[in-house]
Design a protein around this ligand. Structure first.
Ligand SMILES: O=P(O)(O)OC[C@H]1O[C@H](OP(=O)(O)OP(=O)(O)O)[C@H](O)[C@@H]1O
Ligand SMILES: O=c1cc[nH]c(=O)[nH]1
Ligand SMILES: [Mg+2]
Length: 210
């Protein structure tokens, strides 16, 4: 299977991403924009969900109306910055369950360190969407997917805001079955493992912790 990368090039998404990248964008604007983009990304990621029909009655007549076929979804946020996706995603997919995995990057090794894991117990019956704004070295995404796969979900997709080519390569060397949705694939990583041009530290910009 050749690994999938979907770059969401919709003008609304691209415009909002450019606003998020600007260093002058405030914490509240950054948060609001991430919420808006997450709804648009959810719209793209769910584009291929299978439909069946259900017999319904409108005030005028009966019809066979399209409905999404029995999908049980879990959105798993990589803390902290992944939480910026949740409000928007849940607005579009309100019945989804939510899990969390706490990971931070060791600044020296750039390896992911886990500090929290809580997901619904019935992952084997569910399709998972992992959310995290940044796919940089890919170490956090690999660690999250390793951990989630140990619970045997039906499928895993990754949604991010920005990806570096290095992160996509690392993720797909280990997990070629995990498709990625992103707003852009940037140029490279710098010597500290930050995405260039990127948008800086997503967690700090979302929560105002710098
Ligand atoms: O691809 P990687 O090189 O692993 O980098 C990406 C990770 O870095 C950021 O989290 P960070 O470690 O800064 O934690 P935070 O969300 O708590 O700020 C980001 O939200 C990703 O989880
Ligand atoms: O550019 C980057 C890389 C990792 N994490 C971030 O928040 N930003
Ligand atoms: Mg951070």
């Amino acid at each position: 299977m050749s690994p999938e990368v979907h770059v969401v090039s919709h003008p609304l998404v691209q415009h909002k991403l450019s606003l998020m990248r600007r260093e002058t964008t405030s914490v509240s604007q950054f948060r609001q924009l991430l919420e808006e983009i997450s709804m648009l990304l959810a719209y793209e990621l769910t584009r291929d969900f299978p439909l069946s029909t259900e017999r319904i009655k409108t005030p005028i007549a009966e019809m066979d109306a399209p409905v999404i076929e029995g999908k049980k979804l879990v959105i798993i946020s990589i803390l902290r910055a992944g939480d910026g996706f949740l409000t928007g995603m849940l607005r579009v997919i309100p019945s989804a369950r939510v899990g969390h995995i706490g990971l931070y990057r060791d600044p020296k090794t750039l390896m992911a360190v886990e500090y929290y894991f809580k997901v619904p117990g019935d992952l084997a019956d569910r399709d998972v969407i992992v959310v995290d704004p940044m796919l940089a070295t890919g170490n956090s995404a690999v660690a999250a997917v390793d951990r989630i796969k140990s619970r045997g979900p039906k499928s895993i997709k990754l949604m991010c805001l920005l990806a570096a080519p290095e992160g996509i390569k690392t993720l797909h060397e280990t997990h070629p079955d995990v498709p990625v949705w992103t707003c852009a694939v940037d140029e490279k990583l710098n010597e500290k493992g930050y995405i260039v041009p990127g948008l800086g530290d997503a967690g700090d910009r979302l929560f105002g912790t710098k």
